[in-house]
Design a protein around this ligand. Sequence first.
Ligand code: EPU
Length: 338
Amino acid sequence: MDKGYSKNISLKPYNTFGIDVRASQFVSVTTADELRKALLADIPRKFILGGGSNMLLTRNIEALVIHIGLKGIEITEKNDQYALVKVGAGENWHQFVQWAIAHDLGGVENLSLIPGNTGTAPVQNIGAYGVELKDVFHSCEAMEISTGHLKTFYLEDCAFGYRDSVFKRHLKDQYVITSVTFELTTTHHLLHTGYGAISSELEKAGIAKPGIREISKAVIAIRESKLPDPAKLGNSGSFFKNPVIGESRFRQLQADYPEMPHYPAGTGLIKVPAGWLIEQCGLKGYRKGDAGVHKNQALVLVNYGNATGAELYDLSCYIQDQVRNKFGITIEAEVNIF
Ligand code: EPU
C-alpha cells in the first residue's frame, strides 16, 4: 500500500446519491502529474471518480479511488464568431455554464444545472432541452490509464450518440479525460427554444426576444420544478435511458395507449419516454424504505436519507420488471452501477 494515500474514506460526499460506502484508499488529484503518479502507482486496482453524479455505488470500493480535481477555465482562441474554451475535468459543469454565460459565450445555456463535472460530460454525451454536449464539443485531452500518456480526441474520434460515446464502449476504462475544449459562439448565438417547456417558460416570463441568459434561466426554472436538487435529496438524474423501439412495435402499443408520448429516433425507430412508462405502471412517487421514485419525474430515483446502493439497485430492477411486464419494453440503466 502507498503510504501517501488516505485509507478507509467514506464516499458519501463524492456521489450525488449520497451512498455511504468506503474506499480502501483515496486520493484527489489536481494536476496531470499527480494523476499520472496515481494511475501508475503499484496498487492493483484503481477506480476513477469524477463528479459522482451518474453512478450508483452498491458496495465498498476495494481500490485506490482517484478523484479528479483538475481545475481551470481558459479561452485558448477567440474571434468574432467563436471561442475555444479549455475546461479542467474537475470543474463543476454548471459553474462552467454560468461562466460561459457571464462571458457572453453561447452554446451551453440549454445544459444549465446538469449535475456533475465537466470531465465526465463527454462520456455519456450529456443532453437536455434539445442540445447535447457533442453540439459544442471541440476536443478533449485524456490520459491513458496504462501508460499515463496524454492524447487528444477530436469530435470525429468520439462516436457520440444518445447518452453514448467511445469512452463508454471500446475505450471504456482505458482513458481518463483531463480537460474538455468547447467551441462556443461569441456573436450570433444559435438559440434552441424549440423544446416545448422552454418556449412556454419564456412566455410565462413575458420574454419575446430571449438571449442565452434568459434561456439558461428558463432551463433552470424547468429543472428546478421537476428534478430534485441532489444537495437536498440524493439522486443521479435520469436513472434510465429512454428506450428506442421499432416503428411497428410502437404502432401496436399506440393502439392500446394512444396518448403515449413519442419522438422520432432515426429511420423506423421511435423513442418513448421511460418516465411515462414508469408512471403508467403506477410507480411515480413509489417508495420502499428510503429508496424511491421521484414524485415529479418518474425517471429519477431518489435516496430519502439512508438508502443503500443495493436497495436502490433492487428498486431499479423492480421498475424494469414492471415496465417489461406491462409494455414488453426493456429499459436500460443510464447510470453506472458498481
Ligand atoms: N413523463 C411522464 N411522467 C414522468 C416523466 C415524464 O409522463 O414522470 C413524460 C413527460 O410528460 C413528457 C415526456 O415524458 O411527455 C418526457 O419528459 P421530460 O421532458 O421530463 O424528459 P425525459 O425524457 O424524462 C430527458 C433526459 C433528461 C433531460 C430531459 C429534458 C434522458 C434519459 N433524460 O428526460 O436528462 O433533462 O429529457 O431534455 O434522456 C439526465 O440525463 O439525467 C436528465 C435529467
